[in-house]
Design a binder for this molecule. Structure first.
Ligand code: NDP
Length: 311
């Protein structure tokens, strides 16, 4: 631990890489830690259809490779490490990593994103990778001609349900209310797909199949009538939104009721001067790749201005 970096970026989604591109072009010589899911959530999605500049859409992983290349082109130092501990009590800030590095930096940009939400059922954990998955794109292939259930009613759920019909024989969407949260266009795609059946007011109470070592069915409840019933299925896909990855920072920074990092209005500044937060770990409202990139840009500009004011 000798060099004190000007800017250290934690996270490698659209926010982190955009912050890196801007910080590098401002001569801040940023160091970026890729983290547990290099490239972030877009690496486990299919087509990204709503990122401006790609009229025909772009595959998520391909887009994130381009982000990384662009950050590297301006000489961002990119490490594969995941941050495991931070000390924000004084500047320079200290960050320890899972690969044994201890890094110091004058400014810190947190862009750790968010992770898929699970139901929290014991058997859901036991059968993870044995029929339970939170990533249709990653695991859909294993369910060729099978019957699967997918929980959630947002855009992700609709997108993943449609994707799953390329593999599975039948997709049951289990929606806890009697309406979708998803946008109209995604709903229309679901309703137009004969392989998808929507089960409204339906919640998962248990995952069956622990003895068989794979998902064999679900115990479901109709939350309107209170009726519980077993439904045979080969897979349980979770598509219920995300939780921000902010655990490392809660001792140092303010978070809201849902654990999102709190920043000043119209800014990425946290309550610790020199620490900035951007992307899905800080944005509970928009949570889009393009807004994450936007706040990543803001964070880098704010880090640059902060350092300038110190000199
Ligand atoms: P959302 O938060 O929008 O939706 C989560 C869904 O999961 C809701 O239907 C919610 O139900 C349900 N849910 C949450 N917790 C539970 C639970 N414990 N049990 C059962 N159901 C549960 O998350 P998404 O990931 O769908 O979307 C996030 C953002 O990304 C959105 O802004 C979305 O528009 C965007 N997006 C855009 C895409 C595109 O344009 N192609 C593709 C994918 C995402 P309830 O509605 O009752 O709260």
């Amino acid at each position: 631990m000798s060099e004190v970096h000007k800017t250290l970026i934690i996270g490698s989604g659209p926010a982190g890489y955009t912050a890196a591109i801007y910080a590098a072009r401002a001569n801040l010589n940023p160091v970026l830690l890729k983290g547990m899911q290099p490239g972030g959530q877009l690496t486990i999605t299919n087509d990204v259809e709503n990122y401006p500049g790609f009229p025909d859409g772009v595959m998520g992983p391909e887009m994130m490779e381009s982000f990384e290349k662009q950050a590297a082109r301006f000489e961002t130092v990119i490490h594969a490490d995941t941050a495991t501990k931070v000390d924000l009590s004084a500047r320079p800030f200290t960050v320890e990593t899972n690969l044994g590095k201890t890094l110091q930096a004058e400014t810190l940009i947190i862009s750790t994103g968010a992770s898929a939400r699970y139901l929290g059922l014991e058997n859901e954990t036991k059968l993870q990778g044995r029929g339970v998955s939170a990533c249709a794109t990653c695991d859909g292939f294993f369910f060729r001609d099978k019957d699967v259930c997918l929980v959630g009613g947002g855009d992700t759920a609709c997108e993943e349900a449609v994707y799953m019909t390329h593999h599975a024989a039948k997709v049951h969407m289990l929606v806890r209310r009697d309406v979708f949260r998803a946008s109209k266009i995604m709903q229309d795609r679901v309703f137009a797909n004969p392989k998808i059946e929507v089960q409204w007011n339906t919640e998962v109470r248990d995952v069956l199949g622990v003895d068989e070592g794979r998902v064999t069915g679900l115990l479901l409840e109709n939350n309107k009538t209170g009726e519980t019933f077993e439904q045979k299925t080969d897979g349980l896909f979770l598509a219920m939104g995300h939780t921000p990855n902010t655990e490392l920072f809660v001792d140092w920074l303010d978070v809201d009721a849902n654990q999102y990092l709190i920043t000043a209005p119209d800014s990425t500044a946290t309550k610790v001067p020199g620490v900035f937060a951007c992307g899905d770990c800080q944005d509970s409202v928009y949570r889009q790749a393009v807004t994450a990139a936007g706040t990543g840009c803001m964070a880098a500009i704010e880090a640059e201005r902060f350092l300038e004011a110190q000199s």
